[in-house]
Design a protein around this ligand. Structure first.
Ligand code: ADP
Ligand code: ASP
Ligand code: MG
Length: 464
């Protein structure tokens, strides 16, 4: 029998009607062994992050009560619309239990007045812990047999990098096979995406958007036939549809192409999703909950020869361009290496690197959330030595990546890319060094990102 992992994103479980729709989709494929991964209802994780920050800065108790009240109401209304009796009662009890716990946690943070990455993960975990019982009981209401699990209960064990945890594969393999696999035979497990636990059982998260990654982790361990990511667009599109209205669905992509797109900002897939799937050669399908007829995008190892040079253009916002400079860097070997290893030790994710031939400066692109940590790390690394003089940054940049396996060995692509961008009046701030052969990536001011993406989409996709 075919085995599947299906993941439903926040919009796809955004209200009662959508949860029923998701449950129907799951049930329709019930002839196969299926494990389901679910995100928090749309907007819930954002609201948890927001209240956590407010509470740490001293928001009054009434605000906590009001917030938890709203969360409770939203989920209860969803249960009433998506789950029938007697299953309603089970889901309602769970929601009540979780809301009481959430109020306690938020109150705790307000007393301490500090939000650690560990407490933030704990607070963010409520989004998925609230949605999973609802989807699971909606399935039970439809006559399917289902149980819900947290990612940790399902067997995903991570390191303790709160906010950006990675699975410990040996443990995860053992536990998922022991816990989840046997249960798939006669029921449909619904697992919370995004959250897991470390070796001490403390709740961790896989970084924002990480439910896709949960699906891929489970899919790889269970060695399923396919991993399906159900979302709110028809698949992976030629560019972000929010930026360029003409974006269209791509039928087939290779793992590498999809990985590059996800890494450089195509939000439809969490950047780490492809890795476990690729390792095991499991096809990933991205499909639209609101348009089930559409086959979506299939991601496999070997891309079909389409003759397309460029398949898609991605845009990554919330990036920062850091420039590290100092005349003392000239001729001093290993400055770049020291910068990178110091940043890596602090788990700062480096998206791009470039060093001018003059050696007077090194430019790197990182995520905005890592800015403070990165500057502190670099300053400490070179403290007291006359090597690095200055660390400057520009917080308002975006990375544009042009992706397509057809670029390999095709002459003149870079010239076409930068001519199109220049003709759109956009200034390029930095070009990556040593990028993979299937992408050309560069940095522009965030305000120019849309014009650049549109110009490239016109050049390579619309006109070809
Ligand atoms: P989910 O909640 O299902 O995980 P996300 O909001 O995380 O969904 O990702 C889907 C969204 O990603 C789309 O609605 C779209 O706005 C955005 N997106 C950005 N780039 C792309 C792209 N190249 N293809 C498809 N969607 C994209
Ligand atoms: N709910 C989490 C987030 O909003 C994870 C996800 O949706 O994939 O980041
Ligand atoms: Mg997502």
């Amino acid at each position: 029998m075919q085995k599947l992992v299906m993941k439903f994103g926040g919009t796809s479980v955004g209200n009662a009607e959508r949860i029923r729709r998701a449950a129907r989709i799951i049930k329709e494929h019930g002839t196969r062994e299926t494990a389901v991964v679910v995100s928090a209802m749309g907007g819930v994780t954002d609201s948890l992050v927001e209240i956590a920050n407010k509470v740490a800065q001293g928001a009054p108790e009434e605000e906590i009560k009001k917030f938890v009240g709203d969360v409770r109401e939203k989920h209860i209304a969803t249960i009433k619309g998506a789950v029938s009796k007697p299953h309603q009662e089970i889901a309602l009890i769970e929601i009540e239990r979780l809301c009481t716990e959430l109020e306690k946690v938020l109150t705790g943070v307000s007393y301490v007045g500090e939000l650690t990455p560990r407490s933030l993960d704990y607070i963010m975990s409520f989004g998925e812990r609230l949605s999973a019982p609802i989807l699971s009981e909606a399935l039970n209401s439809m006559g399917a047999k289902s149980k819900w699990y947290t990612g940790f209960e399902a067997g995903i064990v991570t390191d303790s990098s709160f906010g950006r945890a990675s699975p410990i594969w040996s443990e995860t393999n053992k536990k998922v096979l022991k816990v989840l696999k046997p249960r798939m035979k006669d029921s449909i497990p619904v697992v919370t995406g995004f959250i897991a636990g470390d070796a001490h059982g403390r709740i961790t998260t896989l970084s924002r958007g990480g439910s896709d990654y949960t699906a891929a982790i489970l899919g790889a361990v269970l060695n399923v036939d396919e991993i399906w990511i159900w979302t709110d667009v028809d698949g992976i599109l030629t560019t972000d549809p929010m930026l360029v209205a003409e974006a269209r669905t791509i039928d087939v992509l290779s793992y590498i192409e999809a990985m590059e797109l996800a890494y450089f900002g195509a939000k439809v897939l969490h950047p780490k999703t492809i890795e476990p799937a690729m390792e095991r050669g499991i096809p990933v399908r991205v499909r639209n909950t609101f348009n089930v007829e559409n086959q979506g995008t299939l991601i496999v190892r070997k891309q079909r020869e389409t003759g397309d040079i460029v398949k898609a253009i991605s845009v990554l916002k919330n990036a920062v361009l850091l420039t590290i400079s100092g005349a003392g860097m000239i001729g001093v070997p290993g400055v770049a290496a020291r910068v990178f290893s110091a940043l890596a030790a602090q788990k700062v994710n480096i998206l791009m690197i470039s060093q001018g031939s003059s050696e007077v400066n090194i430019s790197i692109v990182i995520e905005k959330s890592d800015l403070e940590k990165a500057i502190k790390t670099i300053k400490e690394e070179f403290a007291g030595k006359n090597v690095v003089k200055d660390v400057q940054y520009n917080k308002n940049v975006a990375v544009i990546a042009v992706v397509g396996a057809g670029m390999q060995g095709t002459k003149g692509v870079a010239a076409r890319v930068f001519t199109a961008v220049a003709n759109a009046g956009v200034n390029v701030l930095m070009i990556a060094q040593g990028s993979s052969e299937v992408n050309i990536s560069f940095v522009v001011l965030e305000k120019d990102a849309k014009s650049a993406a549109k110009a490239l989409h016109d050049e390579f996709i619309v006109r070809k």
